[in-house]
Design a protein around this ligand. Structure first.
Ligand code: NAD
Length: 496
């Protein structure tokens, strides 16, 4: 079957990789379906893209921010028109079910409209000077060329969280999407071009991390790096960026806990657990991978969860009856298998799933059965390490204080959820859970674009996307305007 070939986008033109190498983007639900062929880029391609972005910066930074924002607003409108097609493309390239890929495109639409408003804000500050006849203010400035490295699980939403705030702030960008999902980045950027984005303002380089991502991180003309991916790769990228003092925003892994107290609405907590653990096939940074159950409801909750997990329909996400799509690739299947073996060796009890699905309609894809482990203790590796698959661990506890302690006992700190009707406990949990996000009576997934997004500990390095993204993509300039017509010396002339 013939497939479409895509080329890098550099300065508004399309180029193959200098090496001529390519890679195939396969549908994880059906490997005979080739979504496209993409350049396997290297450092020379990155050099060309950065040069194009640097050239474009000279003019883009001078476009008034409200005008830059209008392009983003039009992008949002065009994405609304193209939502269904882009959602289908995304399900083909990464597997999650159509309802979720529509949600992914919707998140980019929400981000476009939200950030477009920022074009008429980008507020600076004014403050009194300590001297007479002197005016003081601070203003936001763009950084220059920003490099972006993205994962495959939110193929349009995550690039939009990075590109839109960077662009409204006046930066130009080079983005290297994940090798499993480059098409959605092309769809997003093509929409921006159709909305009026000038050539070179956004450039796309496709390829593998060490070949195409690393040179971007190290490039002298790249002023900042925004990375979303695993903590393992994030650590490598951060160390390389640190060598030349490059600001870097890291959004990384999670091991998110849903706590269910005895007084919770169990039906609600069950719905939340299933959606949090098996939505996106468990491949969300915010996925529920630990469910902490208070002893009074643990038995009933476990039985009902397992019963419902067994009934989930796993298959091709384009099929409307399917609830759980494939894992994105064979490597993710291997990781799920590895953690099932680790959990069994640690003494956890496999309550359902635990195996890849490879018969019948699952023959040509990378499917894994929704998996639930019972009898998990907080120290087990299955309770501490990110699996990034449809695998969830059940941990029992006696008291609320124990639940908080268990929830906090891991190296990650992205999302947390508490199910209870006790308002006092809810507020105590909001205060005490070590995480960037806490939900009360809602699952660990479901972030909205206009709140801060990110985490603590090994999930991040202190930056936030969403409402706070502009802080990363701008730098401050202090401005003093002396209208006294004489030399005034700060800290000296006003001393007496
Ligand atoms: P990954 O770390 O394997 O890859 C992420 C990106 O880094 C890819 O584009 C990859 O090509 C690139 N890369 C790999 N090696 C590199 C190197 N040496 N130098 C530069 N770039 C390199 O992650 P993934 O498998 O694509 O995504 C899953 C991970 O992402 C999970 O850990 C998940 O929790 C995390 N994630 C976090 C968030 C968040 O906002 N916190 C959101 C989504 C996903």
């Amino acid at each position: 079957m013939s497939h479409k070939t895509y080329l890098n986008l550099i300065g508004g033109e399309h180029y193959p990789a200098r090496s001529g190498k390519t890679f195939l983007n396969l549908n994880p639900a059906d490997h005979s379906d080739v979504v496209g062929e993409f350049p396997a880029s290297g450092s020379q391609d990155v050099d060309a893209a950065v040069a194009a972005a640097k050239k474009a910066f000279a003019t883009w930074r001078l476009v008034p921010a409200p005008k830059r924002a209008e392009i983003l607003y039009r992008t949002g409108q065009l994405l609304q028109e193209r939502k269904e097609q882009y959602a289908r493309d995304m399900t083909r390239e990464m597997g999650k079910v159509l309802a979720e890929t529509r949600g992914d495109v919707q998140e980019a639409i929400d981000e476009a409209f939200y950030v477009a408003g920022e074009g008429r804000r980008l507020f600076g500050k004014t403050t009194p000077s300590e001297l007479q006849n002197k005016f003081a203010m601070s203003i936001r400035m763009p950084l220059g060329v920003v490099g972006m490295i993205t994962p495959w699980n939110f193929p349009m939403a995550i690039p939009s969280w990075k590109l839109f705030p960077a662009l409204v702030s006046g930066n130009t960008c080079v983005i290297k999407p994940a090798e499993d999902t480059p098409l959605s980045t092309f769809n997003l950027v093509q929409t921006m071009i159709d909305a009026g984005l000038p050539p070179g303002v956004v450039n796309i380089i496709t390829g593998f991390g060490p070949d195409a991502g690393a040179p971007l991180v190290e490039h002298r003309d790249v002023r900042a790096i925004s990375f979303t991916g695993s903590s393992e790769v994030g650590s490598i990228v951060a160390q390389r960026a640190a060598a030349n003092f490059k600001p870097i925003s890291l959004e990384m892994g999670g091991k998110n806990a849903q706590i269910v107290l005895d007084d919770a609405n169990l039906d609600l907590a069950l719905d939340g657990a299933l959606w949090g653990a098996f939505g996106t096939t468990g491949q969300r940074c915010t996925a529920t991978s630990r469910i902490l159950l208070q002893k009074g409801i643990a038995k009933e909750f476990t039985e009902r969860l397992v019963e419902r997990a067994k009934k989930l329909r796993v298959g091709n996400g384009l099929d409307a009856a399917v609830e759980v799509g494939p894992q994105v690739n064979e490597q993710q299947i291997e990781t799920s298998k590895k953690y099932v073996a680790i959990a069994l060796a640690e003494g956890a009890e496999l309550l359902t799933g635990g195996v890849p699905l490879s018969e019948g309609t699952h023959l040509n894809g990378t499917f894994f059965a929704p998996t639930v482990f019972g009898g998990v203790t907080p120290q087990m590796r299955i309770a501490c390490e990110e699996v990034f698959g449809p695998v969830v661990s059940l941990i029992e506890f006696d008291t609320f204080e124990q639940a908080i302690q268990i929830a906090n006992s891991i190296d990650y700190g992205l999302s947390t959820a508490l199910y209870t009707k006790d308002v006092n406990r809810a507020f105590a949990a909001i205060r005490d859970l070590e995480a960037g996000i806490t939900y009360i009576n809602a699952p660990t997934i479901g972030a909205e674009v206009h709140l801060p997004f990110g985490g603590v500990k090994q999930t991040g390095n202190g930056h936030r996307e969403g409402s706070e993204a502009i802080d990363f993509y701008t730098t401050w300039k202090a401005v003093y305007i002396d209208y006294s017509d004489k030399l005034q010396r700060a800290q000296i002339d006003n001393a007496e």
